[in-house]
Ligand binder design. Structure first.
Ligand code: ADP
Length: 490
């Protein structure tokens, strides 16, 4: 039985099932994963480990579902997406509770919005697909007509991470389903409950059996999908290292790859310092910093360094680390030990290189697990420090210095992870000067690097990923050209 959120009782372990080919199943394997909550440390659920036969079954059912949907009109697909969107809204609070329990993000401050917005992908895709058309292409001969139509790519494997365990899968499922694709989602096993709970909505909405399956698991399950001949395309959101491995294994499959960022926030001499500090702090503590467009580095022009540090330390007083089910909390524990260990390494390395830890810098005491990390501010960070070079993915705000604007751009661009950057300036010309020079998929002026809209084109420059284009639904289609030869005597 899949437990329901409101039914969760402390000390109780729920046995989840896989959602394959429209059925709830224990799978045919004889193994399972045991999952503990980062919030309490309790063993909260078991989830079966799928066998190769389960994966083959999901792929086969997905292929059949794609065939079934082949002749649906865009309006029929849009109607299905809107049904999902409407049912989704009725489940938000229950599923948000599970999300907090398994992921650690604060319930009132983040989980509710996170789950609600995840449903928006269906509404947006439903709207987009009704106006999504091919083109009539001019021809050289009078008796010919040439036009294009968008066809579904086919069966996708969406391999997704643990920081947004419901929202990121829906980035693929919403537009993918709206354009007639089937999607097999593979979330990490340790953040799969909220997603499996939401999969009940797909069933209730009447999604064709097999069009959406959910198979939680570790990297080996992901690899089995990446290399499967029955999968046409890969959607991947995760680390750059895993992304590179997937690209080397997937052959000629279509793909959308969204990977790491090392988001610089630049604070210039004419910035609104208070606003810049608040945005940088927010970008560093939201979801405990476990966001691909988090504030990973703050590059401050020397003239305003001291004012910025003072404003940051003041703003950081607003971070309230604690029990994520407490409405007053705005930062919960980190999700997992590797992430907390990386934070420890980055802080120790920065300290060794002479940086100053102005606040935090370690695991907070007195919590049920050792994943509660202090909000950390580090000043005078040298550029070669790990916390500057790599994505920390934790609640840390490293401050780097720049002599002037040119130096700030140079520091910002010395990265291979150019996903989303922010610039604080009150000078319009300077804002464009920066936007023209920063190698980053998105440049946000006067707001946090964490700025996000569900319909925003998103993707990195400087090799971080291929990202999403202006029309998300287009990424899920193949363009087909149809050429007509008409009677020449008319
Ligand atoms: P993180 O380091 O943040 O956990 P990963 O990139 O390792 O990020 O994980 C993102 C997703 O990729 C997860 O669903 C994970 O299970 C999956 N994954 C990990 N290794 C592989 C692999 N070799 N092939 C396919 N998927 C993988």
């Amino acid at each position: 039985m899949n437990g329901s959120a409101s039914g969760y009782i402390s000390g109780m372990t729920t046995d989840l099932k896989l959602f394959i080919a429209g059925e709830w199943t224990e799978g045919s394997g004889d193994d399972h994963y045991e999952v503990r909550s980062p919030v309490s440390g309790e063993h909260i659920y078991n989830v079966p480990k799928a066998s190769q036969a389960d994966i083959d079954h999901a792929v086969m059912a997905a292929r059949e579902a794609t065939e079934q949907m082949r002749h649906w009109t865009a309006f029929e697909r849009a109607e299905l997406c809107l049904r999902i969107y409407e049912l989704w809204q009725t489940r938000v609070e229950d599923v948000a509770r599970i999300l907090t329990l398994e992921q650690g993000k604060p319930y009132a401050a983040e989980s509710i919005d996170d789950i609600a917005e995840s449903g928006d992908y269906f509404q947006i895709a439903a709207e987009d697909v009704k106006r999504f058309s091919g083109e009539l292409i001019p021809t050289t001969e009078r008796h010919r007509r040439m036009f294009t139509v968008h066809r579904p790519v086919g069966v996708w494997a969406a391999i997704t991470p643990w920081n947004f365990p419901v929202m990121i899968p829906m980035e693929y499922v919403g537009p993918g389903l709206a354009t007639g694709n089937s999607i097999i989602v593979k979330p990490p096993e340790f953040t799969s409950w909220a997603l499996l709970e939401m999969a009940k909505v797909f069933e209730e909405a009447g999604v064709p059996k097999g069009a959406i399956s959910v198979i939680p698991g570790a990297g080996d399950i992901g690899e089995a999908l990446v290399t499967h001949d029955g999968i046409d395309a890969i959607g991947f959101t995760g680390s750059s290292a895993t992304g590179k491995r997937i690209v080397s294994q997937m052959g000629l499959k279509r793909s959308i790859m969204e990977m790491s960022g090392n988001g610089p926030t630049i604070v210039t001499s004419d910035a609104d310092i208070k606003k810049a500090a608040e945005a940088a702090v927010y970008g560093a503590y939201y979801n405990a910093g476990q966001v691909c467009c988090a504030t990973e580095r703050v590059i401050v022009v020397d003239d305003v360094h001291d004012d910025f540090v003072e404003a940051t330390l003041k703003s950081a007083q607003e971070v309230r680390l604690g029990d994520p089910f407490d409405d007053n909390t705005n930062m919960g524990p980190l999700n997992n030990s590797p992430t907390a260990d990386k934070m420890d390494r980055h802080v120790a390395d920065a300290r060794e290189r002479g940086a100053e830890i102005l606040m935090g810098g370690g695991r907070a005491k007195g919590h049920p697990t050792d994943l509660y990390y202090e909000f950390t501010v580090i000043d005078r960070v040298p550029e070669d420090a790990q916390v500057s070079q790599e994505e920390s993915f934790g609640p840390v705000l490293p401050i780097l210095s720049a002599r002037d604007d040119s130096d700030a751009v140079a520091v910002a661009n010395r990265t291979h992870l150019g996903l989303q950057a922010a610039v604080f300036t009150n000078d319009l010309s300077k804002a464009f000067w920066y936007a023209d020079r920063i190698r980053s998929g998105t440049v946000v002026v006067n707001d946090s690097t964490d700025f996000w809209e569900t319909f925003q084109p998103f993707g990195g420059a400087a090799g971080t990923d291929t990202g999403w284009g202006r029309q998300r639904i287009e990424e899920f289609t193949d363009l087909q050209t149809i050429v007509f030869s008409l009677r020449e005597d008319m």
